[in-house]
Design a protein around this ligand. Structure first.
Ligand SMILES: *Cc1c(COP(=O)(O)O)cnc(C)c1O
Length: 379
């Protein structure tokens, strides 16, 4: 009962690709138009109806964040509030614009940005706040928007983990200022790599649309009508951050499977919760899996001093685990900026452990993982 099954490795996360995605890619290859065209337009339209707001697709979630920041005018000398406990992509997207990521502490239970702590770090250079929807949860978004309003900050939600999640019955991305999603290989849905910006601000959206194609104005419209821009104007810095038809073809099929894929994630997370609750040393995230679609399943193990030993223990039993994340304010590139301490983040960083979660995890896998974890914590 303590080996998952002979020779099987339970992966921490994985893409879940079926014949529909494979056929869609073959279709693009057969048609011979691999760049940005009809499939990207179709994927954007499908996402637009999914969110009820306009969408621009780009090459990665990180590109979505960077372009969204640039579209609201973030650049040199500006400061952007962001929780330290996030993927380095959040930080890099901010520093890519020339702005300074200001690392904020987190709430000890939810591991989401601590809004009171963030407020203390606001200066006259602060222009935006980037909450990170860690694990797929969004926390007290109303309070965060209230803070943003009070200080006249733009909000860019790093919703890379939260595709499909809802807040007060409304889909993340379907309300608020700007939300950015990732479709990289292991996210709730994938387009191979990819990402998107969702906002009702059409000025921001049209800047993102131009900036993803080297700043060539209105190039998107031309490509969607199968034309090229031989004569064009460029009036701002752009990047080559567009999405390809191959990626969009995968994304379109994954979007159609969203209910199926999210149902497994939700039910496995609920099973983890039910098997691990009431364990003295194990602290669960306060997530409502009917509201959110979990991207990762994280526990905090009280008293754990780093994850080396426990990760090795799980690997011996054929199970991969993860650490989401190393705090960014301790990385060489970002630790130069000394600010207020981040005690909750630094404590959590030693105690968090991510257990396997993806659409191919079985109930039996979850049961084995939980009994191994309980055994480990009991020793
Ligand atoms: C995945 C991820 C990103 C970046 O997305 P990519 O598509 O990999 O560039 C940003 N933030 C968080 C929290 C992520 O997990």
């Amino acid at each position: 009962m303590d080996k998952v099954s002979q020779n099987k490795i339970v992966r921490l996360s994985k893409s879940c690709i079926g014949s529909a995605e494979k056929n869609a890619v073959m279709g693009v290859l057969d048609r011979g138009y691999l760049g940005m065209g009809a499939e990207v337009q179709n994927f954007e339209e499908a996402l637009t109806s999914y969110f009820g707001r306009p969408v621009a697709c780009v090459g990665t979630g990180t590109a979505a964040l960077q372009l969204a920041l640039e579209a609201i005018g973030v650049g040199n000398g500006d400061e952007v509030l962001v929780p330290s406990l996030t993927y380095v992509a959040s930080f890099q997207s901010i520093s890519a614009t020339g702005a300074m990521p200001v690392a904020c502490d987190i709430n000890a239970n939810s591991l989401l940005i601590d809004i009171n702590d963030a407020e203390k770090r606001i200066t006259n250079k602060t222009v935006a706040i980037m909450p990170v929807h860690y694990s797929g949860a969004v926390g007290e978004l109303d309070a965060l928007y209230k803070l943003a309003h009070k200080y006249n900050l733009r909000v860019i939600e790093d919703a890379a983990h939260a595709f499909g999640s809802s807040y007060k019955g409304v889909r993340v991305g379907g309300f608020g200022d700007i939300a950015c999603f990732s479709f990289d290989g292991i996210k709730n849905i994938t387009s191979g790599e990819g990402g998107c910006v969702v906002t009702k601000d059409i000025t921001v959206l049209s800047r993102v649309r131009d900036a993803r194609l080297l700043g060539v104005e209105k190039d998107t419209e031309k490509r969607y009508s199968n034309q090229r821009s031989w004569e064009f104007e460029v009036s701002a810095q752009g990047w080559r951050y567009h999405m390809s038809n191959v990626m969009a073809a995968i994304g379109l099929e994954q979007l159609k499977r969203m209910d199926e894929l999210s149902e497994v994630r939700r039910s496995r997370a609920k099973l983890y919760d039910s098997l691990l609750k009431n364990q003295a040393k194990i602290k669960l995230l306060p997530n409502d899996y009917d509201q959110i679609v979990p991207h990762i399943y994280v526990v905090q193990i009280k008293g754990l001093k780093g994850q080396g030993e426990i990760q090795e223990y799980f690997i011996k039993h054929g199970i991969q685990t993860g650490v989401h994340y190393q705090p960014n304010h301790l990385l060489d590139y970002y630790k130069k900026k000394k600010g207020l301490p981040l005690p909750v983040t630094e404590c959590a960083a030693n105690e968090i452990l991510t257990l396997p979660l993806h659409p191919e995890i079985t109930e039996q896998d979850v049961k084995v993982i939980c009994s191994l974890l309980i055994n480990y914590c009991g020793k």
